[in-house]
Design a protein around this ligand. Structure first.
Ligand SMILES: O=C(O)C(=O)C[C@]1(C(=O)O)C=C[C@@H](O)C=C1
Length: 390
């Protein structure tokens, strides 16, 4: 049977089946369509393996180049190239599969290709089943070896020590604001920002197989997640105690040994801890999003749509911040965020974390940064990296 649109298939089926009311015709049609699916699967499989072989060739070039260069380790992960590949997938997509879903399929194919080049060890703020875990999988794909860390400081340390190649840490939530621990991490580390991931935060009400719903006495979750579902909990479980624990993963883990408890956590926790979603999307604000940073050692080449992050230590004088921002506007660089943190150990001194559009190789971005340098006590470029694609 040649390839047909779903409408043509239904027309044919209706015509053929008009006289004969037997299900044999339908079965024949299904068998035929499935043979076509099998044939397409064969082609896809061959093509994916061809792609993987090309990635192996790229790996050989990288190894060769590094060997000729010096004795540092070759860098296989190229975030700027991955961003370009995913953007191209979305731009040329004609459906019926949605652009983002198609890009997610390619995300997984690239993840497997990179794993073939060199397995990647990624440290993330754990435990397993948290939103940071979901962000790590979203960014690197499921072939990456994702390793949970207990604290944000541990993620920084693991990457600094080279035990993990990259790290994933949360940096801001659209309703709860900035994650101070992450920003402070950059003040005592030389690591760079090499990427960002955005994750819409959808919360689920989870129970275990053995949970006694009629005698529910506790609902566990991270304090931020409890806050994000406050209204829903007030309406649905006004009299059940809410218990804040260290993470959503920990909340999910606790259900294993408790019969009268439920947990609030994201999708990754459902599979990781074998739980059931009793209710999904219970967050009060459906557009709630968390942004995560990918940290590593390398400087990243431009992808065409990048961001640059800097941290500056301002002089303690009136108008210092306005002075810092003027070069950005003079050189036409748009600032996407600014955060203030105390510059410890100095009392009443502050540093500013500034994100802007563009790559440090862009002449206007480098000119703006060069003009800021003489105006501040210290300026460090945290990194230029591709804007989140998915
Ligand atoms: O283009 C490269 O540098 C590759 O290694 C290939 C590839 C891919 O599969 O497309 C794999 C890993 C990199 O992170 C980027 C892209």
């Amino acid at each position: 049977m040649s390839e047909q649109s779903p409408e043509q298939t239904m027309d044919n089926l209706n015509q053929t089946a008009a006289g004969a009311s037997d299900t044999a015709t339908e079965k024949e049609f299904l068998d035929n369509i499935r043979q076509n699916i099998d044939a397409v699967d064969c082609e896809i499989q061959t093509l994916i393996n061809n792609r993987a072989k090309l990635a192996q060739q790229v790996a050989a070039v990288k190894k060769n180049h590094t060997a000729a260069d010096d004795n540092t380790n070759p860098i296989f992960y190229r975030p700027e190239r991955e961003a370009q590949v995913l953007k191209a997938v979305m731009e040329r997509n004609t459906g019926p599969i949605a652009d983002e879903k198609m890009a997610r399929l390619f995300r997984e194919i690239m993840s497997v290709c990179l794993d073939l080049e060199a397995p990647q060890r990624i440290a993330f703020l754990g435990p397993v089943g948290t939103f940071t875990h979901a962000a790590a999988l979203k960014h690197f794909g499921k072939a990456a070896d994702t390793v949970p860390m207990t604290t944000i400081t541990d993620v920084f340390r693991e990457v600094e020590a080279g035990t993990a190649m990259y790290g994933v840490v949360p940096v801001e939530n659209s309703s709860e604001g900035v994650v101070n621990h992450t920003l402070d991490g950059f003040l005592s580390s030389t690591l760079k920002i090499i990427g960002e991931v955005e994750l819409p935060i959808h919360q689920n009400f989870l129970v275990a197989e053995h949970t006694k719903l009629d005698g529910l006495s506790r609902i566990y979750s991270h304090q931020q997640s409890l806050a994000q579902c406050r209204h829903w909990l007030d309406v649905n479980f006004p009299n059940v105690e809410r218990v804040a624990v260290s993470s959503n993963g920990e909340a999910a883990r606790r259900l294993k040994n408790e019969w009268h408890s439920a947990a609030i956590a994201g999708d990754v926790a459902v599979a990781e801890y074998g739980l059931h979603k009793l209710y999904s999307n219970i967050e009060d604000n459906p557009s709630n999003t968390t942004r995560f940073l990918i940290i590593g050692h390398e400087a990243i080449a431009p992808s065409g749509q990048d961001k640059t992050s800097i941290v500056v230590s301002a002089h303690d004088r009136a108008g210092a911040l306005i002075e810092i921002l003027k070069p950005l506007s003079y050189h036409g660089v748009s600032m996407t965020s600014i955060e203030t943190r105390p510059e410890r150990p100095n009392k009443w001194a502050y540093v500013f974390f500034i994100d802007m559009n563009g790559h440090i190789n862009d002449p206007n971005v480098s000119a703006a940064i060069n003009d800021i340098r003489p105006l501040v006590k210290d300026l460090r470029i945290l990194g230029s990296y591709p804007k989140a694609v998915l």
